[in-house]
Design a protein around this ligand. Structure first.
Ligand code: NAD
Length: 641
């Protein structure tokens, strides 16, 4: 339980001094990670993977919040230092060592990741985004305030469309195991340099970058310059990765890492990839979504030497071909996987199971992908350690509360040009997403009502100054209905029938289940598409309601994803890769782990300098009084932020 320094028993890593006043010290610590031998990959059992059907992979609805994140130590005993389930473990930092410790701001104790079993992964349907500026009060307390969104990203729809998409140029269409993947996390941008004239498939083009390499497949390498500008803009809002990169000049914690990645290919991903490169990794990358690739960014990456295989509007066959080109390479084998949705992992399991002998770990970002990993783990078929970055506290807060606080207004404004002041709004569900929506609308002068089923959240709504009502009580008078429950049929046809003319209906919660949109597809109602993502549904008497994004997630369909939110996720991914890659043999078993809380705290600390935020340090006396290590973790696992 010592503070400050420690050394990995197995000699795995240097531990750094106690936390200095700035995260920069911790960044240095990151660079002090020593790479342990590939023997850590340990034994790899025979892999036998049956396809996971979409229904298996997709979250179930209607499960309670409490069921979501039951945490348990790894099967078979697990790491004695890994945090136990919240209810059983008091706040106590374990003695630390190894790269994980080196990564943490304090570098005192090993923030071992906790193996986590969840009963309902669905419930936590997260996405990236938001940002909040920190305001520092005289006592040093840091609070959030809305901040300006700089980068605009348009999410290019949606899981259903994957299957609708026409297969191009007659190539054989492979059956896609799941992957709606990519809709678990974002995101995409409209590609302003796209040339719709150029119908030639990138697979049929011969392209080389300026250094003569043709180890990539993108829409048009000539767009690289535009992509570079996008990447430079994103860098401004990704301070933690830029900090890691600066510090990487001396030491390379990912030296020797061969990372194969499958994520959205956007400017933010490019910043992540280039950071991983700066940390010493070699990367090969494919897109996790057939629509979300920003072509010019893919071109910029290819131009700077990254083997990227992705373009906007891939066919299903292209999709798997691109993944295969990343994996099936002569003279190159991945030893780390960074996945978003589980398709890449699935492909390797299915086609190249022997590769897992060299793979040291999987980092997975999406709800769906994490769910698949838990399924594999449960079935005893997970043959390497995996990090679930989706459920990191920091990422969750930013995805759910802060991002929704910003994007609800953006989504409504873009689709309807409405004014918020004085409008009557009912928000269904006062969880994280609901709280974000309510706060934003209240700040804009809307009159906000809340519906809830949980008395605790209901009381919170009351304390925050919102009128708690039943939907029926206000449905005739409200101007906007927003669902944020994660539940189904919260807004029924009966509610829709009773809404007033021009009422706007939208969903910020679970994808297209919260509003009973299917009930509106009846002969007596007329649908008019008035804008992209905006439908007027017209009743026989002329009343019309304004349905946004056909009841799918409003912000993912119609608004932007702030780069700062993606920065949190990308930093978490980078740290998870470093941790898994450098972990001494035996630290992680063939199970799914959460990032240690200390590393979560570290992700947050890396973002604080952006705001010139000054973090207060515990005195020795205070630390003793609270029973904390001065350098964190500062909260028990069960703490709700
Ligand atoms: P949460 O569990 O914190 O909040 C949901 C709330 O809805 C709970 O308080 C619950 O009691 C309440 N609720 C359930 N059924 C209800 C009903 N019939 N009427 C009224 N209230 C009801 O969850 P959260 O983090 O706020 O997420 C909510 C949903 O939003 C989830 O489906 C999640 O996947 C999704 N989500 C969306 C985004 C986005 O960007 N739009 C981001 C994160 C999460």
């Amino acid at each position: 339980m010592g503070e400050g320094r420690g050394r990995e028993a197995g000699g795995g890593a240097e531990l750094e001094p106690e936390l200095e006043s700035e995260p920069a010290v911790a960044v240095e610590a990151v660079m002090s990670v020593q790479v342990v031998s590939a023997a850590a990959a340990a034994k790899v059992p025979e892999v036998e993977l049956k396809d996971l059907s979409p229904s298996e992979a997709e979250p179930q609805l209607g499960l309670s919040t409490a069921a979501v994140s039951a945490m348990a130590p790894p099967a078979g005993g697990g790491d004695p230092e890994a945090p136990a389930p919240p209810a059983e473990r008091p706040p106590a930092p374990g003695p630390g060592s190894g790269p994980a410790a080196a990564l943490s701001p304090a570098a005192g104790k090993v923030p071992q990741a906790s193996a986590m079993k969840r009963s309902d992964p669905h419930h936590q349907h997260q996405r990236h985004r938001d940002g909040g500026e920190a305001l520092v009060s005289p006592d040093g307390t840091v609070t959030e305030a809305p901040r300006t969104v700089k980068k605009q990203i348009q999410f290019a729809d949606q899981k259903q469309e994957f299957n609708k998409r026409p297969t191009k140029i007659g190539r054989r269409s492979l059956s896609r195991s799941i992957s709606q993947s990519s809709t678990d996390s974002y995101s995409s941008a409209a590609s302003y340099t796209d040339s719709s004239d150029d119908e030639t498939s990138p697979r049929d083009k011969q392209q080389k970058n300026s250094k003569g390499s043709s180890d990539f497949c993108v829409k048009n390498i000539k767009q690289a310059e535009f992509g570079r500008r996008e990447i430079e803009i994103a860098e401004q809002e990704m301070p933690a990765l830029m900090a890691l990169r600066k510090r990487a000049q001396g030491e390379k914690p990912l030296a020797g890492a061969k990372i194969v990645g499958c994520t959205h290919i956007t400017a933010q991903t490019a910043v992540l990839m280039e950071t991983l490169g700066a940390l010493g990794a070699q990367c090969r990358w494919a897109a996790c979504n057939i629509y979300s690739t920003l072509n010019e960014v893919a071109a910029a990456l290819a131009e700077s030497g990254f083997p990227v295989f992705a373009w906007k509007g891939e066919s299903e066959d292209d999709f798997w071909w691109c993944i295969d080109r990343c994996v099936n390479v002569e003279g190159w084998q991945p030893n780390m996987i960074l996945d978003d949705g589980g398709d890449l992992t699935h492909w390797i399991y299915k086609k190249y199971p022997n590769m897992f002998k060299k793979i040291k770990g999987i980092v997975e970002e999406s709800v769906t992908g994490v769910h698949r990993l838990y399924q594999l783990s449960k079935a005893g078929k997970l043959c390497v350690p995996a990090m679930n970055v989706n459920d990191s506290v920091t990422k969750q807060k930013f995805d759910n509360l802060y991002c929704c606080r910003e994007s609800i207004l953006d989504g409504l404004k873009r689709t309807t040009d409405m004014m918020f002041g004085g409008k009557q709004v009912v928000v269904c569900g006062y969880g994280e997403v609901g709280k974000g929506c309510c706060a934003a609308l209240k700040a804009m002068g809307s009159i906000v009502y809340v519906t809830e089923i949980d008395p605790i959240c209901a009381l919170q709504a009351c304390m925050d100054g919102f009128r708690l009502v039943k939907l029926n009580e206000v449905i005739r008078q409200v101007d906007i209905v927003i669902t944020c429950t994660g539940n189904k049929n919260v807004v029924t046809r009966e509610h829709l029938d009773r809404m007033k003319n021009s009422c706007i209906v939208c969903n910020m919660g679970h994808s297209n289940t919260e509003i009973d949109v299917a009930s509106l597809r009846t002969p007596e109602l007329t649908w008019e598409r008035v804008r992209s993502q905006v439908d007027h549904v017209i009743w026989p008497d002329g009343k019309r309601i304004v349905l946004l994004a056909e009841g799918r997630l409003l912000n993912l369909s119609c608004s932007t994803v702030p780069t700062f939110v993606l920065s949190i996720t990308a930093t978490t991914q980078a740290l998870a890769l470093i941790e898994l890659y450098n972990a001494p043999e035996g630290r992680y078993k063939q199970d799914v782990y959460l990032l240690p809380k200390k590393m979560d705290e570290y992700v947050a600390s890396l973002h604080l300098p952006t705001f010139d935020a000054h973090l207060t340090e515990l005195t020795d006396e205070q630390a003793k009084y609270l029973g904390l290590n001065k350098n964190g973790p500062f909260k028990p696992n069960y703490y709700r932020y």
